[in-house]
Design a protein around this ligand. Structure first.
Ligand code: FES
Ligand code: FES
Length: 134
């Protein structure tokens, strides 16, 4: 199996790993295919911009690399822009993933969505009104 240089770089030096203690939103998801888990922490400004993001995962190298790239791609974006980010776009930004590893890239996308749903819930709002149903 061949990994791109970008995947190897983000695996060896993952960006935005860690925990945000005073996060405005936290999302935790599990990968149905392998059982790996991911936790995503967001700081969100009053005008809905993701000012900081960190993640922790008990997942494989491809999960680490895609999460690292995904956090870089949504940092500084609005939550609506972050919701548009697909695992496919993240994989493309990494110059591709081996097909058998594509399922690993959904962890980051789903964790971002789960965190944004948590953000709306904490505000007393129904996430489905803003995000549709999952
Ligand atoms: Fe589980 Fe990759 S094998 S996330
Ligand atoms: Fe994105 Fe539900 S997982 S809207």
């Amino acid at each position: 199996m061949e990994y791109s240089e970008k995947v190897m770089d983000h695996f060896a030096n993952p960006r935005n790993v860690g925990v945000i203690e005073d996060a405005d939103a936290v999302g935790e998801v599990g990968n149905a295919k392998c059982g790996d888990i991911m936790k995503m922490y967001l700081k969100i400004s009053d005008d809905g911009v993701i000012t900081d993001i960190k993640f922790k995962t008990f997942g494989c190298g491809a999960a680490v690399a895609t999460s690292s790239m995904a956090t870089e791609m949504v940092k500084g974006k609005t939550i609506n822009e972050a919701l548009q980010l697909t695992n496919k776009a993240v994989a493309e930004a990494l110059d591709g993933l081996p097909p058998v590893k594509m399922h690993c890239s959904v962890l980051a996308e789903e964790a971002i969505h789960a965190a944004i749903a948590d953000y709306y819930k904490r505000k007393g709002l129904n996430p489905e009104e803003f995000m549709g149903t999952c």
